[in-house]
Structure formats: C-alpha cells, structure tokens
Design a protein around this ligand. Structure first.
Ligand code: VG1
Ligand code: CO
Length: 546
C-alpha cells in the first residue's frame, strides 16, 4: 500500500470523556456512538507532542468491540503520522504485556483496550487507556490534557484503508505506517524468566506441587498456558477457562471471593491444590488462595516484599515499598523492618510510576488485588502468581504456613472492603460531601472502645514531580491504629460505587485467627453510622464484601 488518502472528518465533542482511575470506561453502547471512539483517540494524539514517526503498542483483553476498535485506531494513527504500531496477535495483549512491550521496544506509548474486571459483551463495558513511554498509565496531567481536548475537538483524521489481518503474524503497511502483528506472549514470558527461578519451580511441579489457575475466559489464558503448563510443567488442566471470550462467558472477570467463589470452595476442600489463583479481564490483578488459606491482597503485598530476595530478580533487595492509601498497613511493617521507605499514594497504578522511575520503590500494591514491581509499570497478575510459585518452591512450605509465620512476625492487619455498588450518584456524592464537612469535628470522639485520633481528606504530594492530587478518599483513624476509609470508585460505569475500607491491627498471636468480619464487627457498624450510609444510599448492607 502506497500513500493512502487521509481525510479530516468534522465531529462534535462528547462531554463525558474524562478518564477515571484507569482510563476511559463506558458501556459498549456509549463507545459505539458515532465518532465517540474516534474523538477520544484523536484527542490522545492531539494531546501528545513529537510522536510523528514513533512506535506505539496496541492491544486489549479480547472483550467485545476489541477488534473493531483496533481497526479504527490503526487508521486514525496512520492518518496522524505514527511510524509504527505493534499489535498483539488477534488484538490480544494483557495490560502488563503492553507495559513490557513499550519498555522493551522503547516505544513512545501504547493504547490498552480494556475495562479490566468489568463485564464484557454487547451490553457490558469497554475501555481505553493511554500508556506513556515508561510503560505505565498516563499521569493525571496528561489525562487532563486529553480530557480538555475532548471538550473542544472539531475534527479527527483517518485514512481510508482495508482492515489489517490482525490474526496473522507479520508486517504490513497502512500508507506510510508499519503495522507489526506480534506473538502476544513471547516478550512477556521472556521478562518473567529473568525474574524468577524457572528451574526451581519446574522441579517443584515435578515433585508434586499442584496449581489451579483460572483465567476467567479473559486475557491471561494464553499467557498462563504458555508459562505454567508448557514452560513450567504444571499438570495439563492446571489452567482453566483459558480461551479469551468476548463476553468472558457471561461472567465478571473479577478475581475476588464473590466472582471466583468456586476457587475459594476448591481451596477449602479436601481436593485443594497447593495454590489456587486467578487474574482479571486484562491480566493485572491476582487472587491467591492456598490450601485452606485466602491471602488478602494487602497481606500478599507485605509477604512478597518480605520474601522478595528469594526471587532472582529481587536478590539485591527492596529499595522501597509503595501502596495505595486504602491498602492495609501490613506492608508498612515490612518496610520498617527492612529499613526501606514506604510511600502511600492515591488509588490507581498511575501514581506509582514516578516512584518506580526514580528508583525509590521496588514493589507496589493495592488492596484491590494488584501487585507489581519495577519490572514494568502496571500491576501484574501472573507475575504475582509466579512469585508465589517461586516462594513455595524455595521455602517448601504451604501458603498457610507462610501467612501464619508472617503474622507471628509482623502482626496481622484484619482488613475488609465493603462496596455499595451502583447506588444513586447524587446520594453517594452527598454522603461524601456531608462526611467531609464533619471530619474536623471527629477528632477525640469516642465510640465504645474506639477513639478517633485523626480524620482527613487524603491529599498526595508526588515527591518526584511535585504534583498534588486532592480529595483522594476520606480517612478516619483511631487511637489503636484502626482505620475506616471512604471513597467513590473511579472505574464504575453505572451510578456510583461507594467503597468503604476497614482495618484493624492485631499484634497478639493469640487473637490473630478470628473470622475477618467478626474481628472488624464494631468498626463495620461504625462505618455505616459515621457516614449514614443507609440514609444516603438506601442500602442497609454492601453488595460485595472482599
Ligand atoms: C479500582 C481499584 C483500584 C485499581 C483500579 C483499576 O479503582 O480500587 O485500586 O487501581 O480499579 O484496576 P476504583 O476507582 O474503582 O476504586 V483494574 O484491574 O480495573 O485496571
Ligand atoms: Co485489571
């Protein structure tokens, strides 16, 4: 194909294209509106500088509309003067694989098509996220420029060309832009081999270690098959639901105790394998359940950090740890013991990027089942599973034993998140506004044995670029170290979702084996009372407890 004609097409702005916690997420019906996707993609290019002739990475989690979106994006990119685009075969690339490719190829940036753990299909959700040259999600200053552009956009550019065959590996051209269709797994797999002791894990599987990994009919299937079964020798059938489906088989690809209940039940049964694990739609989250022991994501972060030097990729130790503010303080105790700094950031992986780039932290995590490290700039589900496998292989102990030993050493942070999903948006905002008003009056107040020591509206000052992010969640902190945090989700696509995070620290080994909801009962009751949740949301109880 020689010079193709690029046309400029007039358009009008949409008012609702502000990216949230992790990109722009909307119902498929919204994305399918005429010019909706085109406007957003053109706004991304309009917001960038100096990208002409540069390389970009493009791929998604295979959900409904992935393939159509890829064809449109390729044609818009060609019309905007992009030099080369690397596309995962059949449009498949996990979020961490995109991040890894951007870094390996020193690309200018990348576009991830995913709504992560949200359901897919014609009536489900779709999403677009722009990642920058370090491989991570664009920082807020960039997403704000993109958003402002979407409010003014008057035209987009697109070439008229045949669709590219994205199922066939190899190189093709759209006008002057080169398109490389690449293996979705190879680059990511090679990176994992530099971080973990594959021989040790292989030996462990040979000696009887057992795994059940559920790809939830989402993007990680091909990666998990290649890594766990083909490369590491886990028994055939260790990976289930391994074919990415456009509607994820009609399920929520969310690896939590509600949507992956069957894994929990398996792990608690007589037939339990040593490790049950799962990842989400786009492959950046992880669920870890050992035989008889669920590992909360907050504990998982702390345990990985405490054991990091077991893995070859982290032999040199941990420079620092970062966690999102609502994530439990379990990692703080590990950082303290390691003599490493601990950073507390707002929710969303984009806030870890600067800390990782500056070498201030090695391992990061969020309570929402995300963990990762400086190997790339996204959270990484299969990385976490490989880390656990390597730890099990090296320590030759069960998940349960590792967790118990961790609590004995560091104490246990009982932790739970209560989500009130899809409540009316007005009521949810009114709740937050009202609670914010009362924060200054809460200090010193007593509720039974609980005394409020401090209450604030979390703000973050980025120590690397000096940027400030305000209103990142309301914190109520108690004299005994317990905590309740309130914030509204920035990834939902219907109404509002109120997240309430509840935590209590228990240093006494004799009291570390209570059921979580029971251990937190008084704080849970207080969380509802303090914010008058039922009055504002008409909900007497949360819809999801994790
Ligand atoms: C949620 C999680 C947050 C995570 C984000 C994206 O955001 O709480 O920790 O970074 O999803 O994860 P929110 O604003 O809904 O609370 V993923 O795997 O959906 O890209
Ligand atoms: Co995700």
């Amino acid at each position: 194909m020689g010079n193709l004609h690029a046309t400029t097409i007039a358009t009008t702005p949409f008012a609702d294209q502000r990216p949230g916690t992790s990109g722009l997420r909307k119902k498929v019906e919204i994305f399918k509106q005429r010019h909706y996707l085109e406007n957003f993609i053109q706004s991304i290019f309009d917001a960038l500088e100096g990208y002409q002739d540069a390389t970009f990475v493009l791929g998604g989690d295979g959900r409904y509309y992935n393939r159509e979106a890829i064809q449109k994006i390729l044609k818009i990119a060609a019309a905007n003067g992009v030099g080369r685009i690397i596309v995962g075969q059949s449009g498949i690339l996990s979020t961490p694989a995109v991040s890894a490719l951007i870094r390996s190829l020193k690309a200018f940036g990348g576009i991830v098509l995913s709504a992560s753990h949200n359901p897919g299909g014609p009536h489900g959700d779709f999403g677009i996220k722009y990642n920058v040259a370090n491989g991570g999600p664009a920082p807020e200053k960039t997403t704000e420029v993109i958003y402002r552009r979407t409010l003014e956009i008057a035209a987009f550019r697109i070439v008229e060309a045949e669709d590219v065959d994205i199922d066939r590996l190899g190189e093709t051209m759209i006008g002057a832009m080169r398109v490389d269709i690449v293996d979705s797994v190879a680059n990511y797999k090679a990176l994992m081999q530099t971080l973990f002791d594959f021989d040790r894990i292989r030996d462990a599987f040979r000696s009887g270690l057992t795994l059940k990994f559920d790809a939830m009919s989402a993007v990680t299937g091909p990666y998990a098959r290649a890594l766990f079964e083909e490369e590491l020798g886990a028994a055939p059938g260790s990976v289930i639901n391994a074919t990415p489906l456009p509607d994820f088989g009609g399920h929520h690809p969310d690896p939590n105790l509600v949507y992956a209940r069957h894994l929990y039940d398996l792990a608690m049964s007589d037939a339990a394998p040593d490790l049950c694990a799962a990842s989400d739609g786009d492959g950046d989250r992880n669920l870890i359940i050992g035989r008889g022991r669920f590992v909360t994501p907050s504990d998982g972060l702390a345990i990985l950090a405490a054991n990091a030097t077991i893995a070859p990729g982290y032999r040199k130790g941990v420079a620092g740890i970062a966690r999102s503010m609502p994530t439990s303080g379990a990692a703080d105790r590990v950082a303290e013991k390691l003599g490493a700094p601990l950073f507390e950031t707002p929710t969303g992986w984009k806030f870890f990027g600067n800390l990782l780039d500056a070498g201030l932290v090695t391992i990061c995590g969020e309570e929402s089942a995300g963990a990762g490290s400086d190997h790339l700039r996204e959270k990484d589900g299969l990385w976490a599973v490989l880390f656990w496998l390597d730890m099990l292989a090296a320590r030759k102990e069960s998940v349960d034993a590792i967790v118990r030993q961790h609590w004995t050493t560091y104490g246990r942070n009982y932790y739970s998140r209560h989500d009130y999903e899809e409540v009316a948006s007005d009521g949810a905002h009114a709740l937050i506004d009202a609670l914010r008003e009362t924060l200054p009056t809460l200090k010193g107040k007593r509720f039974g044995a609980l005394e409020i020591a401090k209450a604030d509206d979390f703000a973050y000052h980025d120590p690397v670029d000096g940027s400030d992010s305000k209103h990142q969640g309301l914190r109520v902190m108690f004299a005994d170290g317990s905590r309740i945090v309130y914030r509204l989700s920035g990834t939902g696509t219907a109404g509002a979702t109120l997240r309430v995070y509840i935590e209590r620290y228990e240093p006494d080994p004799a009291r570390q084996y209570l059921e979580t909801q029971a251990a937190l009962a008084d704080l849970i009751a207080l969380s509802r009372e303090l914010a008058a949740i039922e009055r504002y949301t008409q909900r007497g109880a949360p819809s999801v407890i994790t």
